[in-house]
Design a binder for this molecule. Structure first.
Ligand SMILES: N[C@@H](CCC(=O)N[C@@H](CS)C(=O)NCC(=O)O)C(=O)O
Length: 215
């Protein structure tokens, strides 16, 4: 059986879990934390979460895993059949990852772990995120989901904005969801899907436990 390795606070882990639930694929969740230990890197070469265990071996990198899941079980489709529309979905997902989630991630240590503010990151991340949001607005239709029909782009966005939005609010006093007309409704509809609600409930419980442990 497929095994998803990681932990439910991880937004990348939750993207893969969301896709698996949407597809109705059976899978087992295996608790794992990022690690540079050799035994974990044999499964996930960069030591990151998630990694994905198949009968043929392990896969890492969320977009690769999402594409693998799509190839494994094409229905219900999370990527449109039309080649250009499919590329658009992947383009939007990649823009959200590279130009919204990753720059916002530079503030996670401060916001979630109480570390000292990284002033270089404060200055550098905002213009990148502004460009990412403008690209998202330009490429999305938001009727009703980001690329029209529900797709991988919505899954990636939901579990990117879940942390990027509160982080940008805390660091910049900036509401990056309101900044893109139509995005709030698209994210709400995504999170209200049965798979989205299940992933969110597990994420909230895990986050609460994590915060309590942190004190
Ligand atoms: N590019 C990776 C990013 C995954 C990632 O950053 N995961 C976090 C947990 S949410 C992690 O493992 N962080 C530890 C690290 O970066 O070493 C992917 O798409 O899967």
């Amino acid at each position: 059986m497929i095994k998803l390795h990681g932990f439910a606070v991880s937004n990348y882990y939750n993207m893969v879990k969301f896709a698996l639930l949407e597809k109705g694929l059976e899978f087992e969740e295996v608790q794992a934390m990022p690690s540079q230990e050799a035994d974990y890197k044999a499964k996930s070469p960069m030591g990151k979460v998630p990694c994905f265990e198949t009968e043929q071996g392990f896969l890492a990198e969320t977009n690769v895993i999402l594409d693998y899941i799509e190839a494994l079980k094409p229905t219900p489709a999370l990527v449109p059949g039309d080649a250009f529309a499919a590329a658009r979905v992947r383009e939007v997902a990649k823009i959200v990852e590279l130009y919204i989630e990753l720059p916002a991630r530079r503030h996670y240590a401060e916001i979630f772990f109480g570390e000292k503010r990284n002033e270089t990151a404060v200055a550098e991340a905002k213009p990148v995120i502004e460009n990412g949001l403008a690209a998202l607005q330009a490429l999305g239709s938001f009727k009703p989901f980001i690329c029209g029909a529900f797709s991988l782009a919505d899954i990636v966005a939901a579990h990117s904005f879940i942390y990027a939005a509160p982080v940008c609010q805390a660091v910049y006093g900036w509401d990056i969801v309101e900044a893109v007309p139509g995005l709030k409704a698209a994210l709400e509809q995504t999170n209200a899907r049965p798979a989205g609600a299940k992933v969110m409930a597990d994420q909230q419980a895990a986050l609460q436990a994590f915060m309590e442990q942190k004190g």
